[in-house]
Design a protein around this ligand. Structure first.
Ligand code: 4NP
Length: 162
């Protein structure tokens, strides 16, 4: 049995984008019967919402696509940078924060690979998954459109070869 691949999605508050990314990625893994081969989690660079479920608007938009979001918000920890294999960020601010934190660890061999999730989009041209928190419902749908595209690309990239 090989070790599972550990994947962490990171946004700002861990109540909108990264819990949805976690839910979408888990859904795609389940469809492919790959759940056993991955450990999936999400975190926020900020800690204001620690312990809270995903934002109701994000939950509602996800439910429209058959997803249930079960995660509780937590703040990113320094230890996450070495306990996960891959950290996927939603926007430039998240990326800079995570890279800044990783700078505290120097160039350790066990550091996660840190990259923007939109790098894995194949249909959409997007530099970021935009923060939907202060906008209308269409922003949450846009988040899910980008997440489905990028997470599909990510699953295909990370799935073990047969
Ligand atoms: P998220 O969205 O980073 O996608 O979870 C946000 C959630 C909360 C806040 C900002 C963005 N906030 O300012 O509280």
């Amino acid at each position: 049995m090989t070790e599972p691949t550990r994947v962490l999605f990171v946004c700002l508050g861990n109540i909108c984008r990264s819990p949805a990314a976690e839910g979408v990625f888990l859904h795609l893994l389940a469809q492919r019967q790959l759940e056993d081969q991955f450990v999936v989690d999400s975190a926020g660079t900020g800690g204001w919402h620690t312990g809270r479920p995903a934002d109701r608007r994000m939950q509602a938009a996800a439910a429209q696509r058959g997803l249930t979001l079960t995660s509780r918000a937590r703040q990113l920890q320094l230890a996450d940078l070495t306990s996960f294999d891959h950290i996927l960020t939603m926007d430039d601010d998240n990326l800079a924060q995570v890279r800044g934190l990783s700078g505290e660890l120097g160039s350790r061999a066990d550091l996660a690979r840190i990259e923007p999730l939109t790098r894995y989009c194949r249909e959409h041209q997007a530099e970021a998954v935009p923060d939907p928190y202060y906008g209308g419902p269409e922003g949450f749908d846009r988040v899910l459109d980008l997440l489905f595209d990028a997470c599909l690309g990510l699953v295909e990239h990370l799935r073990p070869s047969p």
